[in-house]
Design a protein around this ligand. Structure first.
Ligand code: AMP
Ligand code: MG
Length: 414
């Protein structure tokens, strides 16, 4: 029964993550076409099925020569372009060759245009070429049988390019987790409805669905349940049948209408019901068999931050990834930071490179109902529990949520 004082111990953040990840294993493998593989995680390593390059290729525009001929003049015997193959050359001969074109039989080096003199159909290198100059031997990029991408790697654009290079059309990847999202609360109406009186529009549902889409997970919306145990339970059961992960929002505090914890406990095993964390102390985690249940707090900031920091790592692990927990980076407080007395506070912040340091400033008022405090935030700054503000300039940990601006740009020093 809900009580005013929570019976759940406050679990430290790291323990909460460990408790979650201990119960998560990568989902089984399936084969997908390369064109559908972006963002998926390899269940098996990719092995090179061919040598790359498959022929000896020139790395520059120049003259394909025999190194043996030293600096002797060579007769120019025509052209070879990328995609064409040239005739063999003999002693005292050379051909004009373009980057990526096959070095003709007989030639073993390429002299760049800039390093040769050309007149009257004759080419004279300025220095004696060495065998192998400016050529890529067969298999010098990838060799048949070599492991090219390890299992557990997430397939990004570059990995897709490698698969294409090798002509691999299909890969074994982990199945992508399916997430069912439920909004709860008597006061919540659909975002497209017009609320009257003390009702408010659902923002947690749309935020969660958008975040899951952005992170590459499949999701479905179970709807909005009022604070009626039977209705919530019915929808959560539906989610368990259809999805690998069920994410609810609202109804996890100690109010008399907070029903999620008892429902999770009834359906499965509840692993924690409170964490030493702000925003989002009442985050709740349970499992029903292999299915994960997360009860996010109703406050929109808490719901999103808990989704990003606790649910996303579990989803990434299900999807097959190894390193799933966001890392802390060293930063410096750009302004005094007010702590929370009883738990670390992950405040919404803007991080910028300034004078060689990553400086973080909060986005303004940090109320956990203020979704606006996340607009424009590219970081969370971890303010340890305490009673006195951290002064500006204090070293702090931060978690990056997005790209960082500032004075450290491509090619800039320091
Ligand atoms: P709860 O965790 O259910 O006690 O809700 C905490 C606060 O978050 C209350 O002010 C709710 O009105 C608000 N809230 C709960 N769910 C949502 C939602 N889906 N969208 C927007 N606000 C919500
Ligand atoms: Mg509620």
């Amino acid at each position: 029964m809900p009580t005013e004082i929570s019976p759940y111990p406050m679990v430290p953040v790291d323990d909460a993550l460990r408790i979650i990840l201990r119960r998560v294993a990568p989902l089984p493998a399936e084969r997908v076409a390369r064109r559908d593989a972006l963002g998926r995680v390899l269940a098996e390593p990719v092995i090179a099925t061919e040598d790359q390059p498959p022929f000896v290729a020139s790395t520059v525009d120049g003259f394909a020569v025999r190194a043996d001929d030293g600096i002797a003049p060579r007769r120019l015997r025509g052209d070879v372009r990328a995609g064409a193959s040239g005739r063999p050359i003999g002693p005292g001969e050379c051909v004009r060759i373009m980057t990526g074109a096959p070095v003709p039989a007989g030639a073993d080096a390429v002299v760049m245009f800039e390093w040769a003199e050309q007149r009257d159909g004759v080419v004279i290198p300025e220095a004696p070429p060495k065998p192998g100059d400016n050529v890529r031997p067969i298999g010098s990029d990838l060799r048949t049988g070599e492991m090219v991408i390890p299992a557990g790697a997430r397939l990004g654009p570059v990995e897709i390019g490698l698969l294409a290079t090798l002509g691999i059309r299909e890969v074994a990847v982990h199945r992508r987790p399916r997430v069912a999202v439920l909004t709860t609360g008597d006061e919540i109406v659909d975002a497209d409805a017009t609320p009257s009186g003390p009702a408010i529009r659902d923002s947690n549902g749309p935020t969660a669905l958008a975040a899951l889409a952005e992170w590459g997970f499949a999701s479905e919306f179970l709807g909005i349940a009022p604070d009626v145990a039977e209705e919530q339970e019915t929808l959560i059961r539906r989610g368990i049948e259809r999805a690998d992960v069920v994410v609810t929002s609202g109804g996890v505090s100690v109010g008399t209408h907070d029903l999620i914890k008892p429902i999770f406990a009834k359906l499965g095993e509840l692993h924690f019901g409170r964490i030493a964390f702000k925003p989002g102390k009442p985050l709740t985690f349970a499992t029903v068999g292999q299915t994960l249940l997360f009860g996010l707090p109703g406050n929109p900031v808490s719901a999103y931050v808990c989704l990003a920091l606790f649910v996303r790592p579990a989803l990434r692990r299900l999807a097959g990834e190894e390193d799933v927990v966001p890392v802390l980076v060293d930063a410096v407080a750009g302004e005094p930071l007010r702590p929370s007395p009883d738990r670390p506070d992950y405040q919404r912040a803007i991080a910028r490179w300034e004078g060689g340091r990553l400086v973080v400033r909060t986005t303004g008022p940090q109320g956990s109902s203020r979704l606006r405090s996340l607009v424009g935030a590219n970081a969370l700054v971890v303010v340890p529990a305490g009673t006195t503000p951290l002064p500006a300039g204090a070293p702090v940990d931060a978690i990056l949520l997005g790209p960082v601006g500032g004075d450290r740009l491509l090619g800039a020093e320091g």
